[in-house]
Design a protein around this ligand. Structure first.
Ligand SMILES: Nc1ncnc2c1ncn2[C@@H]1O[C@H](COP(=O)(O)OP(=O)(O)OP(=O)(O)O)[C@@H](O)[C@H]1O
Ligand SMILES: [Mg+2]
Length: 376
C-alpha cells in the first residue's frame, strides 16, 4: 500500500485498525474505561446535567445483541465534532465559567469504548444536527480495512431519506455493520434522545473473560459490577461496584449519574469519614495558593490511603504513603487523605500521575502531614 503524502510529498503515518485494541489496553479494568465516557459528558464543552448508563438488548435480524449504553443530556455534536471524537489526539477543551476540563489528550473515548467492547456507535442530537458515527473493530475486520475508517452521517431536516448524498457510503456501512439496519431505526434511536440536545453511545460485542463470561456483571439490581476473584483479600467497594465507584468519582459532583435506572447518591468522599480535620494544607512551589488536605478515618478501616483528585476527578484511590506502608504503624491504619492535585499531570488512562518531581514532592509532604494527623 503506497503511503498517503502531504502536499510536499512527505509520507503520512498510518494508524492500523489493530491500534484500536492496543490503545484500549491502557485501561487495565473496565471502570476506568467507563469513567472516560462519563468524563466526556461532564466536561464543560458538553456540560451534561445527567448521564444514564444501562445495559440493553437490541434486536438485530432476529438476534438479541447485548449492549452497554451511555446517554447524556449535554450539548451533542455536529459532523465536524463527531469526526474529531472518532479521531486521535485532538482535544480543544478549555475551562468554562471556572469549570476545568478533565479531557486533554483526545484519546479517552477511543481507549474507553474499545476497552468495553469491540464496536461502538455514537448518536447525537445537537442544536442544528442529527449525527451518527461508528467506531467498530468488527466492521474494520469485515471490510479488511488497512486504516481506521469511521463512517459518519448527518441528517438534514431531521427526517429519514434526508442523508446527504456525500454521506451515502457511510450510511450503507452503518446500516450493514451496526445493530440498526434501516434509516428509520437510526432516526427512532436519535429521536429517543429526550430533550433538545444529547448524545447516546451504544457499545456492543462487550468484552468477555478468557472463560467466555461477560466481563461486567449486570445481575445486581441497579448496579454494574466486576466479579472480583475470590483471593480472600478485601477490596474497596468502589473496585467492584460501578455505583460505589461513581459515587466518589468527582470531588464535587455536578452531574447526576444514573446506573441501570437508579440515580447514584451524590456524596463527597470526606463526608463519610470520622475525626475529620481540615486544618492541613500543602503549598507546591509551582502554584500560588495552598491546597487543602482533608484527613479523616474511614469507617471500614481496611481501606485507607490518599484519594487524589485532579480537576475534580478521582485519579488515584486508596494510595498508601509514608507510615501507612509500614505494618508496624497501626495509628495511620484507616486514615484517608483527600487532596485535589491540579498541579500534577495525570497519565493518559487517568489512573495515575506522572512520576515527576512535583508528584514526588507532593507525596513526601502529604506523608509528613499524615504522620502528624495520625499522632505518630
Ligand atoms: N458525550 C459527548 N457529547 C459530546 N461530545 C463528546 C462526547 N464525548 C466525546 N465528545 C467529543 O469528543 C472528543 C474526543 O473525546 P475523547 O475522550 O477521546 O478526548 P478528550 O476528552 O478531548 O481528551 P481525553 O483523552 O483526555 O479524554 C471530545 O473532545 C469531545 O469534543
Ligand atoms: Mg475524554
Amino acid at each position: 500500500m503506497a503511503a498517503a503524502k502531504t502536499e510536499r510529498g512527505i509520507p503520512l503515518s498510518t494508524i492500523s485498525p489493530k491500534y484500536l485494541h492496543t490503545n484500549s489496553t491502557s485501561h487495565t479494568g473496565p471502570f476506568s474505561a467507563i469513567a472516560e465516557l462519563i468524563d466526556n459528558a461532564y466536561d464543560p464543552d458538553v456540560n451534561a446535567k445527567q448521564i444514564w448508563i444501562d445495559k440493553t438488548q437490541i434486536n438485530n435480524k432476529g438476534k438479541d445483541i447485548e449492549c452497554l449504553t451511555f446517554r447524556d443530556d449535554g450539548n451533542g455534536l455536529n459532523r465536524d465534532l463527531m469526526h474529531q471524537m472518532l479521531s486521535f489526539g485532538i482535544s480543544k477543551k478549555k475551562a468554562v465559567n471556572g469549570k476545568l476540563p478533565i479531557g486533554m489528550y483526545g484519546n479517552g473515548f477511543k481507549s474507553g469504548s474499545m476497552r468495553l467492547g469491540k464496536d461502538a456507535i455514537v448518536l447525537s442530537k445537537s442544536r442544528n444536527d442529527l449525527c451518527v458515527g461508528m467506531l467498530s473493530q468488527t466492521y474494520l475486520e469485515e471490510i479488511d480495512a488497512k486504516q481506521i475508517a469511521v463512517p459518519i452521517i448527518s441528517f438534514y431536516e431531521q427526517e429519514a431519506d434526508n442523508v446527504m448524498e456525500e454521506h451515502q457510503a457511510s450510511l450503507r456501512d452503518i446500516l450493514e455493520h451496526s445493530p440498526f439496519n434501516t434509516e428509520d431505526e437510526l432516526l427512532t434511536e436519535l429521536h429517543a434522545i429526550e430533550g433538545p440536545t444529547g448524545t447516546k453511545i451504544i457499545i456492543w460485542n462487550l468484552r468477555r473473560t478468557s472463560e467466555g463470561n461477560m466481563e461486567l456483571d449486570f445481575t445486581t439490581e441497579n448496579d454494574i459490577r466486576i466479579i472480583c476473584d475470590d483471593s480472600g483479600t478485601s477490596v474497596p467497594e468502589s473496585h467492584s461496584s460501578l455505583r460505589a465507584y461513581c459515587s466518589i468519582l468527582y470531588l464535587e459532583p455536578s452531574m447526576q449519574i444514573n446506573i441501570q435506572g437508579q440515580r447514584v447518591e451524590k456524596h463527597c468522599i470526606y463526608e463519610s469519614l470520622d475525626y475529620i480535620d481540615r486544618s492541613y494544607s500543602y503549598k507546591p512551589n509551582i502554584v500560588k495558593k495552598r491546597i487543602p488536605i482533608i484527613f479523616g478515618v474511614n469507617k471500614s478501616k481496611q481501606h485507607y490511603g490518599l484519594m487524589m483528585y485532579h480537576n475534580n476527578r478521582l485519579i488515584k484511590a486508596y494510595h498508601r504513603v509514608g507510615c501507612q506502608l509500614k505494618a508496624r504503624n497501626r495509628r495511620s491504619i484507616g486514615v484517608i487523605g483527600v487532596i485535589e492535585c491540579n498541579h500534577l499531570k495525570p497519565t493518559h488512562n487517568k489512573q495515575d500521575f506522572e512520576d515527576d518531581k512535583p508528584y514526588r514532592n507532593t507525596i513526601k509532604s502529604v506523608a509528613c502531614k499524615l504522620r502528624e494527623y495520625s499522632g505518630i
